[in-house]
Design a protein around this ligand. Structure first.
Ligand code: FAD
Ligand code: FES
Length: 259
């Protein structure tokens, strides 16, 4: 980990669809699957982003346009310089016979997880959902990895619906030993309700409004547990998640206020 801000040029950009892009930078550090970096646009802000893959000698960040920072990222061109600090946080552990569940741009950290699982000959099934097909980033790459299931709200790819519509059948038909999830918090709540009774262990990759990224400012503390998501997370296991009382209900806004 390096807390030193350094600037690097964007090497290339891949557009997945309107408002969803992947940005590639030289691989300037080693990174664990699930870790994140802080990206700085000079004069605007600094925001955390999961590393979504290591491809050759480059790292990838996959970003969806929501607000000021991510919309500004959509205007960036190859060759533009941005600041990077990190990598930060704790990543995924690796297990065989896994199920990977992703929602929306939350799929990003699951791509590097799938790369690492495959490198270590672990088998896995993927279940990925989004509003529409462009948000299931690298869908043909996921196709090539083996058994996969897609859902979209509009039915433009895979089953029309959400991942939790398909989850019970996958659990019934397969010998799943470990579950990974990343995506919107409402998805975690529903997935957790479904998998807790099975006793299968799991890890979720969570998001909170972050500032320092190194455990000092307290912005990302999770109520009930005191976990600083930027240090003890963003990947949390079943035991850690069981102590969080605000899951799916509250989070802190930019000022640190609980909303
Ligand atoms: C550890 C970590 C990893 C992250 N990895 C990624 C990543 O790989 N790709 C990525 O695109 N973003 C990722 N994010 C989110 C990212 O840091 C920014 O929050 C996001 O880009 C929005 O910032 P903004 O300034 O553009 O919009 P903001 O002004 O912060 O947000 C605009 C509006 O969108 C809502 N919003 C923000 N983020 C989300 C979201 N993820 N889902 C639904 N609504 C949201 C906000 O509540 C707000 O109402 C990650 C966050 C964390 C903490
Ligand atoms: S972002 Fe500052 S403590 Fe986590």
């Amino acid at each position: 980990m390096s807390d030193l801000m350094q600037t690097f040029p964007i090497r290339r950009i891949v557009e997945h669809g309107p408002g969803v892009k992947s940005f590639y930078f030289d691989k300037i550090f080693n990174v664990e699957a699930g870790q994140f970096i802080n990206l700085w646009i000079p004069g605007l802000d600094e925001k955390p982003f999961s590393v979504s893959s290591i491809t050759g000698d480059q790292i990838e960040l996959s970003i969806k346009a929501y607000g000021p920072f991510s919309k500004e990222m959509m205007k960036k061109k190859a060759g533009d310089y941005l600041g990077i600090r990190g990598p930060f946080g704790k990543g995924f552990s690796f297990h065989d016979k896994a199920l990977i569940i992703g929602g929306g741009i939350g799929i990003a950290p699951l791509r590097i997880l799938a790369q690492k699982l495959k490198e270590q000959n672990n088998t896995f099934i993927s279940l990925l959902g989004a509003v529409t097909r462009q948000e299931i980033i690298f869908s043909s790459w996921w196709d090539s990895l083996g058994q996969r299931h897609f859902t979209t709200d509009d039915g433009s790819l895979g089953l029309k619906g959400v991942v939790t519509d398909v989850l019970p059948e996958i659990l019934k038909m397969n010998d799943i030993k470990y579950i990974y999830a990343a995506g919107p918090e409402i998805m975690f709540v529903k997935v957790k309700e479904m998998i807790d009774p099975t006793g299968i262990p799991y890890e979720f990759c969570m998001e909170r409004y972050m500032k320092c990224g190194i455990g000092i400012c307290g912005q990302c503390v999770l109520d009930g547990s005191g976990i600083r998501l930027c240090v003890e997370g963003p990947v949390l296991n079943k035991e850690a998640l069981s102590g969080i009382t605000e899951l799916g209900m509250k989070h802190r806004d930019a000022s640190g206020r609980r909303v």
